[in-house]
Design a protein around this ligand. Structure first.
Ligand SMILES: [Fe+2]
Length: 204
């Protein structure tokens, strides 16, 4: 492994320690590969070089109050809480926790592309030519997930956790991730951690 890849991997494992909750070796390695690919393709060395906000048009965290890696971890823990609650009352519902963590940690795999400063400037300069954004993070997330060989279920969660999910029937895990993501942003906003309101903003 090159020094650059070793550094990228170390940064990633430090930023998202919950990756180690994924017990299946192959799935865990693919999650790592997915994030390394997305960061590397977009010239980033660390997830927290991404601005700490739900989407480019959303308000960021107040200084020191939150990070993008914290968001991914928070969504994973909220998703786990939803799964625990469901299984407690409905024991016949079985949720694959390895897959749940992989889907939660990878739901925003596409953010390095959508949130890249150069892409944002390029799209805003001529939106009639490119569209703005030309490609949202869910679509880019599907590209990354399938490129590195992550399971279709992870690509599905990345692609349909947000507004795009209104066009399909989401899987159970993608449904959990969708609500975990939505809950996370609405709760941190009501907790006073964001620099503005997300009321009425549907896409993140
Ligand atoms: Fe998210």
């Amino acid at each position: 492994m090159t020094d650059q890849r070793t550094k990228l991997r170390d940064n990633l494992m430090q930023a998202l320690p919950e990756i180690n909750l994924i017990r299946k070796d192959d799935l865990r390695e693919k999650v790592i590969e997915g994030w390394m690919f997305s960061l590397q393709q977009n010239g980033l060395e660390h997830i927290d070089q991404l601005p700490p906000q739900a989407a480019p048009e959303h308000p960021p965290f107040k200084p020191g109050k939150g990070t993008q890696s914290g968001h991914f971890r928070g969504v994973g823990h909220i998703a786990q809480g939803i799964a625990d609650g469901l299984e407690k009352i409905h024991p016949e519902v079985k949720i694959d926790r390895d897959l749940l963590w992989a889907c939660a940690l990878c739901h925003d795999l596409g953010k390095p592309y959508e949130m890249g400063a150069a892409n944002q400037a390029r799209w805003k300069a001529d939106d009639a030519t490119s569209g703005d954004p030309a490609i949202r993070h869910p679509a880019y997330g599907v590209y990354v997930a399938l490129t590195v060989g992550l399971p279709e279920a992870v690509a599905h969660s990345a692609g349909y956790h947000s507004g795009e999910g209104e066009l399909v029937l989401r899987s159970l895990i993608a449904t959990i991730v969708h609500y975990a993501d939505d809950s996370y942003w609405h709760c941190v906003e009501r907790a006073g951690l964001l620099s503005g309101t997300i009321f009425g903003r549907k896409r993140h």
